[in-house]
Design a protein around this ligand. Structure first.
Ligand code: DX5
Ligand code: ZN
Length: 216
């Protein structure tokens, strides 16, 4: 199933609740929550208190993307604050298998994430253990960048690997996705689509409907 996961990094935080309701009512399935620590990526975004508030106010599936060094330090915190799925970067973890198990112990879905520079083969040892692979289509750290086309070849390679192993792994793409290129991501094999600026800049309802039209 194809799912749209609006990234609230691009939202207007003064109107966050309203914008989330608009996205949900227009048909978005997930909500993408970008956590940045100023170390793994240069920028700093938001963390546990904001996630807790969201959890209290929406039933939407919360897709948390940890862009933090040594994610093992914060798995329990994000699980307790209401994440439904926790994505962590393979590049940031000392022992990825241990992090995967730690997320599972919390009863949450598990995603592994790779930056543009990381080869698709890096996910191979973990494919059977995870629910999702998040393939970054921009350098993580900022919204509003342009999609890097070769990252879609990585999506194709990972979809092939999963199929060869008989796995129905979710493949999520994140960064620079908009109405004009979303089909390319789906055709490459992605089925969960993150969109920040393409959802929250302008009219949220129209933006979500426009993206979903392309996802049919
Ligand atoms: C970038 C974040 C993305 C970002 C996407 O590090 O992981 O989720 O918010 O924003 P757009 O869709 O504007 O590229
Ligand atoms: Zn993200």
């Amino acid at each position: 199933m194809n799912i749209l996961s609006p990234s609230i990094l691009a939202a207007d935080f003064y109107r966050l609740g309203q914008q989330i309701r608009e996205a949900e009512e227009a048909g978005a399935g997930y909500l993408h929550f970008d956590v940045m620590d100023g170390l793994f990526v240069p920028s700093i975004s938001f963390g546990m208190p904001v996630l807790s508030s969201l959890r209290k106010s929406t039933k939407m599936f919360l897709d948390v993307h940890l862009m933090i060094q040594e994610p093992e330090r914060y798995i329990e915190d994000f699980a307790c604050c209401g994440a439904d799925l926790i994505n962590f970067h393979l590049e940031a973890a000392q022992d990825a298998t241990a992090v995967i198990h730690r997320i599972r112990e919390q009863g949450k879905k598990v995603g592994i994430t790779i930056k543009p520079v990381t080869a698709p083969e890096a996910v191979a040892p973990y494919l059977k253990l995870v629910d999702m692979v998040l393939v970054m289509t921009v350098e993580p750290g900022f919204g509003g960048q342009k999609l890097i086309p070769y990252c879609l070849d990585k999506v194709r390679a990972i979809r092939r690997m999963a199929e060869e192993q008989g796995l129905d792994t979710d493949i999520e793409v994140d960064g620079g996705i908009h109405r004009e290129n979303i089909r390319l991501a789906l055709e490459a094999g992605a089925n969960v689509i993150v969109a920040g600026s393409a959802v929250f800049h302008g009219n949220v309802t129209e933006n979500v409907r426009g993206l979903l039209d392309q996802m049919k």
